[in-house]
Design a protein around this ligand. Structure first.
Ligand SMILES: NC(=O)c1ccc[n+]([C@@H]2O[C@H](COP(=O)([O-])OP(=O)(O)OC[C@H]3O[C@@H](n4cnc5c(N)ncnc54)[C@H](OP(=O)(O)O)[C@@H]3O)[C@@H](O)[C@H]2O)c1
Length: 317
């Protein structure tokens, strides 16, 4: 691959089809430590970065971009509206905070992180909240309480407002299914440009891809590698030998062949570089990989069977 391909969104924008995932871990040290691997990512050629208010890495991404000296207009920055903000702040206030963190006056894309709104005490930081939730999860307690309002339809009007003001050049959603997208589209005036979801050869989501294709919504895959479970699958290993590539490169190439954008995270410069240089797969091999589907998610439901406070049925999973 000579240069990173770009995929067109329904706004006409051209989004780099490979981005760097910016979740760094639960501690502030890990978030801060990401500056060094964000810098190597910029150095090896990444121009698309996928962060979120919830990751606590926006300010460190901003810091790495400043240190790199790369002009803002060469970059695609995606961030996400925290899942509690719709209840505590307006979308505009929330985006303003993210922009301050990032040190920029617009984002290329802004996503509604989850369809549900989480009950969250005002002023509690992202990583503090996530650590607390993880502890409750381990203790077998439901870690997340949700609110009934505002609904994601109501929050979307705020997303549309920041889009119209140019603060977010594209708007989209994350963790939306066919069910929740259908509900959103009942009232949306702007069709989401993006839906970022868990997607890999064990969770192919062909129905969601077909639906999004028909509506002009571009899918972005997270957990795109499928971790070691997928990377050690015998077919993936066989194809890695055939294409003289690594298993991760084969899996990432499969996403691109399906028209799906990927945001793999790697803190290792060699793997960062490898993930940008993907083989071109024969259509028959794309189909063979798709046939590995097991409808298996790594975004685990909590101890009460809910994922971040909603049942799989509510999420449409
Ligand atoms: N919207 C959402 O709700 C949501 C949820 C989860 C994640 N995300 C986004 O998606 C990004 C990535 O998600 P993820 O971390 O779950 O999945 P991932 O990118 O598929 O997996 C990351 C893991 O794969 C390893 N890896 C990366 N490239 C590799 C390669 N070429 N060969 C072997 N191992 C490789 C990394 O290790 P090294 O760092 O050591 O290379 C890391 O342990 C996140 O950073 C975040 O931006 C979004």
């Amino acid at each position: 691959m000579d240069s990173v391909p770009k995929f067109k969104l329904n706004t006409g924008a051209q989004m780099p089809a490979i981005g760097m995932g910016c979740w760094a871990g639960f501690s502030e040290e890990e978030a801060e430590g990401a500056v060094s691997w964000f810098l190597t990512a910029l150095k090896v050629g990444y121009r698309h970065f996928d962060t979120a208010w919830m990751y606590g890495t926006e300010k460190y991404l901003g810091e790495a971009i400043r240190q790199s000296g790369i002009p803002r207009e060469e970059l695609w920055i995606n961030t996400k509206l925290a899942w509690h903000h719709p209840g505590l702040k307006t979308v505009e206030e929330s985006l303003a905070e993210s922009l301050r963190n990032l040190g920029t006056d617009y984002v290329d894309s802004y996503l509604l992180h989850w369809p549900q709104v989480v009950d969250w005490p005002y002023g509690v930081g992202a990583l503090d909240m996530l650590r607390k939730a993880a502890k409750l999860f381990q203790e077998g307690k439901e870690p997340i309480a949700v609110r009934d309002s505002p609904t994601f339809n109501e929050t979307w009007t705020g997303m549309e407002a920041v889009y119209r003001k140019g603060k977010a050049r594209n708007i989209g959603v994350s963790n939306f299914s066919v069910k929740t997208l259908e509900k959103l589209l009942e009232t949306a005036k702007v069709v989401p440009a993006i839906d970022q979801v868990e997607l890999h050869p064990y969770l192919v989501q062909e129905d969601l891809r077909t639906y999004c294709d028909a509506k002009g919504i571009r899918l972005v895959a997270y957990t795109a590698t499928g971790y070691n479970a997928v990377l050690t699958n015998p077919l993936i290993v066989e194809l890695a030998e055939k294409y003289k590539a690594s298993p991760a490169q084969v899996v990432l190439a499969w996403h691109l062949a399906r028209g799906v954008i990927v945001v793999p995270k790697s803190a290792d410069p060699q793997r960062q570089r490898a993930n940008l240089n993907l083989p071109s797969l024969e259509p028959g091999d794309v189909q063979r990989i798709s046939a590995l589907d097991r409808n298996e998610r790594y975004t685990k439901a909590g101890p009460t069977g809910k994922a971040n406070g909603w049942t799989h049925e509510q999420l449409g999973w």
